[in-house]
Design a protein around this ligand. Structure first.
Ligand code: SAH
Ligand code: SF4
Ligand code: F3S
Length: 453
C-alpha cells in the first residue's frame, strides 16, 4: 500500500483547482488519499494569504493537526499554497511544519514528502517560476461543473494585495493544454467549465486571446455552459462583451470587483479605473446582456477612507445593484504599499461601515432573488439538494435553485420559480417548448446528451 495522505483546502477557487492537480501528482506516484486526518500519514493544508483572517484559520487548523502527530498515524505535516509562499521558513522555525511548498512547486511534492519522511528533516520548496502545470490534469470526481485554470499569477499589483507577491507574474497557460484538459473533463461527465485566473480577460497565449479561447471552448458540443472568474474592470471592453453576448453558452454572469466607490481610494489602490469608467462598463454589459447577473468584491476601511469615501461606495452599490457582493474588511498585508499607508481606519469604524454595507447589499440580493419569482430559467442540475430528497442546480446567471424532484446531475431542465425561501429560489419543472432565456441551442433534457448537437 502507498503512503496515505489527507488534503485540507482553504482559499479561492484556484486553490481548489490545484488541490485536484496535487491529487493527480500524488496518486500517480502511488500515494493514496484518505478523507480523515486521523487515518493518514501525510497531512497537507493548502493555504490562502489574502487576508490575515485566512491565515489565522489555516494556522489554527495546522495546530490541531500537529496534535495528530503525537497521537495518530501522521508523520509529516505540510503547509502548501500562498501562505507557505509568504511565510516560507518561518513555518518551519516557529510553527514546526515538516513541509513548506509554494504554488509553483507542487510537481516536487512526491519527492519532498518522501524526503521529509525518510530523512526526518523539514523540506521547503518556494521558488516562483513560470510553472503552468500544462501536463498535469486535475483529478475530478462526479462533478458536472469543473474549474480550469487559464492564467496563473498576477502582475497588477493592486496596492493592498498579496497575490502578485505569492503567485508570481501573470502568465497564460498554453491554449492547447486548456482545450485538451476540457476535452478530457467532458469524458468524465463535466458539462460546465469555470475558467480561472486573477484577471482572465487579459488571457493571451501567442496572440490567442480571451475572445478566441471562449469561441474555441464554445465549439465543444458537450460543454453546455462556460463561466469565468475573475474579470478586471480595466480589461473589459466592447469586443469581449459582444463575444459573451453572441456565444449563447457563455453564461450571462460576471464577477467584476469594484473594490471602492471613491475615485481617490481607487487611485490609492492602483486599480486603474475610475468609478465613471466602471459605471460605463456596467452600462455596456447591460446593454448587450440585459439578463446579466453582476457580482463584485468590496474592501471597507482601506487606509485614509473617510466617511464620504465610504458613502460613495454605498451610493455606487445602491445604484448598480449587484446580485451579490463579497465584502471584506481591509487587512494590511506585510510588504504591500497599502500596509504602510496612514492614517489607518480604526477597527470599530471599519466594523460599523462593513455592517452598514452588508445590510444594504443583503436587501438588494434578497430583492434580486425575489425578482426571479414566476420567471422561467434553464437549470443545469449539479447534484442533490443540501436538504430534502430533491436536487439543486444553477441558472445561467449562476443562481442556485432547488427542486423537489431528484434529477440526475448533468440534466438540463426548464423550471419556473415558484417560491423564494429565505435566500434560495425553488423551481418547478415546466414541460413546454418555451425556451428559457440564454438557451437557444439547448432544449430541456433529462440525459447527459447534448440535444442541440
Ligand atoms: N484577482 C481578483 C481578486 C483576488 S483576491 C481581482 O482582482 O479582483 C479576492 C478579493 O480579496 C479582492 O477582490 C479583494 O476585494 C479582496 N482583498 C484582496 N486583498 C485584500 C486585503 N489586503 N484586505 C482585504 N481584502 C482584500
Ligand atoms: Fe490582487 Fe489586484 Fe491581482 Fe486581483 S488584480 S489578484 S486584487 S493584485
Ligand atoms: Fe487565492 Fe488566497 Fe492565494 S485568494 S491566490 S489562495 S492568496
Amino acid at each position: 500500500m502507498g503512503t496515505t495522505y489527507f488534503l485540507q483546502v482553504y482559499g479561492c477557487q484556484m486553490n481548489f483547482y490545484e488541490a485536484d492537480l496535487i491529487r493527480n501528482i500524488l496518486n500517480a506516484t502511488g500515494f493514496e488519499e484518505k478523507n480523515s486526518p486521523g487515518a493518514a500519514e501525510v497531512l497537507l493544508i493548502i493555504t490562502c494569504a489574502v487576508r490575515e483572517h485566512a491565515e489565522k484559520r489555516a494556522l489554527g487548523n495546522f495546530r490541531q493537526l500537529l496534535n495528530l502527530k503525537k497521537t495518530g498515524s501522521a508523520r509529516v505535516i505540510g503547509i502548501l499554497g500562498c501562505m507557505a509562499q509568504r511565510l516560507q521558513d518561518t513555518l518551519i522555525n516557529s510553527f514546526h511544519a515538516d513541509l513548506v511548498v509554494g504554488p509553483d512547486q507542487y510537481q516536487r511534492l512526491p519527492e519532498l514528502i518522501n524526503a521529509a519522511m525518510n530523512a526526518n528533516r523539514p523540506q521547503i520548496a518556494v521558488e516562483l517560476s513560470d510553472e503552468c502545470y500544462d501536463r498535469v490534469h486535475p483529478v475530478i470526481q462526479n462533478r458536472v461543473s469543473a474549474y480550469v485554470t487559464i492564467m496563473r499569477g498576477c502582475s497588477n499589483f493592486c496596492s493592498y494585495c498579496i497575490v502578485p507577491h505569492v503567485r508570481g507574474k501573470e502568465r497564460s497557460r498554453p491554449s492547447e493544454a486548456i482545450l485538451s484538459e476540457i476535452d478530457e473533463l467532458t469524458t468524465q461527465g463535466v458539462r460546465e467549465i469555470v475558467l480561472l485566473g486573477q484577471n482572465v480577460l487579459a488571457y493571451n497565449y501567442n496572440e490567442f486571446d480571451f475572445c478566441r479561447l471562449l469561441a474555441e471552448i464554445h465549439k465543444h458540443p458537450q460543454i453546455y455552459r462556460i463561466r469565468f472568474i475573475t474579470s478586471h474592470p480595466r480589461d473589459l471592453n466592447e469586443r469581449i462583451v459582444k463575444t459573451i453576448a453572441t456565444l449563447p453558452r457563455i453564461c450571462p454572469q460576471l464577477h467584476l470587483p469594484v473594490q471602492s466607490g471613491s475615485d481617490r481610494i481607487l487611485k490609492l489602490m492602483n486599480r486603474g479605473y475610475t468609478t465613471e469608467e466602471y459605471r460605463n462598463k456596467v452600462a455596456l454589459l447591460r446593454k448587450y446582456l440585459p439578463e446579466i447577473s453582476l457580482t463584485t468584491d468590496v474592501i471597507v476601511g482601506f487606509p485614509t477612507e473617510t466617511e464620504d469615501d465610504f458613502c460613495a461606495t454605498l451610493e455606487l452599490m445602491k445604484s448598480i445593484r449587484f446580485d451579490y457582493a463579497y465584502m471584506f474588511k481591509f487587512s494590511p498585508r506585510p510588504g504591500t504599499p497599502a500596509s504602510l499607508l496612514t492614517p489607518t481606519v480604526p477597527e470599530d469604524v471599519i466594523r460599523e461601515r462593513l455592517l452598514r454595507l452588508i445590510e444594504m447589499q443583503n436587501q438588494i440580493t434578497r430583492e434580486s432573488n425575489r425578482a426571479m419569482l414566476g420567471k422561467i430559467y434553464e437549470i443545469l442540475i449539479e447534484g442533490k439538494s443540501p436538504r430534502g430528497r430533491g436536487c439543486m442546480g444553477r441558472t445561467p446567471q449562476g443562481k442556485v435553485v432547488v427542486l423537489d424532484e431528484p434529477l440526475p446531475a448533468g440534466s438540463l431542465v426548464n423550471v419556473k420559480i415558484v417560491e423564494v425561501r429565505g435566500w434560495t429560489p425553488k423551481g418547478e419543472i415546466v414541460f413546454s417548448n418555451a425556451s428559457a432565456p440564454h438557451s437557444p441551442e439547448i432544449r430541456p433534457n433529462f440525459s447527459h446528451q447534448h440535444a442541440g448537437g
